[in-house]
Design a protein around this ligand. Sequence first.
Ligand code: ATP
Ligand code: MG
Length: 415
Amino acid sequence: MKQSQLFTKTTKDALKDEVSVNAQLLIRAGFINKEMAGVYAYLPLGLRVIEKIKKIIREEMDAIGGQEIIMSSLQPKGVWESTGRWSDEVVDVWFKSKLKNGTDVGFGWSHEEPITEMMKRFLTSYRDFPAYAYQFQTKLRNELRAKSGIMRGREFVMKDLYSYDVDETRHLAFYESVKGAYMNVFRRVGLGDITYITFAAGGAFTKYSHEFQTITEAGEDYIYVNKEKGIAVNEEVLDDSVLTELGVSKNELTKVKSAEVGNIFNFGTAKCDDMNLFVTDKQGKQASVYLGSYGIGVTRLMGVVAEHFADERGMIWSEEIAPFAVHLLSLNQNEKAEEIYNALNKAGVEVLFDDRDANAGVKFADADLMGMPYQLVVSEKNIRDNRVEIKNRKSGAVEYVSLDNSEIVRYFGKK
Ligand code: ATP
Ligand code: MG
């Protein structure tokens, strides 16, 4: 894409009312727009990051048998009443409204109840299992505080997966396979070595649930970790019984700040029982259904990455989720740069081409702020030396490649 045609622009100054680092950086770089507190629009560069994160998650969900759907944002009151979760005392983040005829509706903050209601149509016999459905959905939550930028939105993108099974062993095996798939996701977005499967408060059925907590100053949670043993416990559940169970003592654990990027929850049969989802087993008798619910905060994840991998000059995206792999900077050399741009595009390399009529200082500052992994500089001097300069945004390392389109394509091809 040519930067001269991109409708967004970078801005030097941060917004006064925006306290979070992730939103400051993303707003300044033109990735997002703040509509109001906790509500952000995703602009072309920001959307490309979201789509790449979604692609990674989609691949991992499909690999464990997930089938993608999209549930609705408007939800009927009845399904939530059946489990007691329509109540504002029980769920304190509801946005609710009424249809013109007076019917109550809720805006989807989660989807366990509506999807379970829907599944009643399809899951009737033991033969219908397992069923694994997931979606990417904009959740609406009336959060009390929204000071963490896109890491805590009142409107945010979540990936939620729901598993249904009549066989408890297979249900628990799937729960374990989600742990693996989730760690793959966090590794692929670059957070593998600072993300821990964390023991957290349990639910109706199990003593513990599992959160995926990324160690970062940007987070709102505190966890206790032992890196050597790979153990992490949420502050909320840290008591003698969990320590005994895990075989660690408190003095072996270090308290760190973290962000919950995902969590997985075993409802047992409680939710489906409450909602009257029963099926017939092999003997023709009524059987209960196990439900698992598994979330990843897609936009929160983007915020964690934006903030965590940043320096004083701006953001630093990894190749897997960067809006573009290469930021091609033409320093008054648009003709030569355009040839390189065309060659890279043809080879399938994603390039943002800074063809604007702007000076080198502006172009370098913008490129550093936006944070594409590679900056490819085409200047008069480089052309004279018959080469291009390729700077790695993360390491700062500079390499030179001869001014030959196939050489340049090969450089990015081998990455
Ligand atoms: P938190 O304790 O941070 O409020 P939660 O327990 O309410 O999270 P879930 O309902 O399990 O979160 O949602 C699944 C995932 O969605 C979370 O692990 C988190 O990554 C993300 N998430 C939750 N609330 C928000 C929000 N307000 N903005 C952005 N992402 C969120
Ligand atoms: Mg919450």
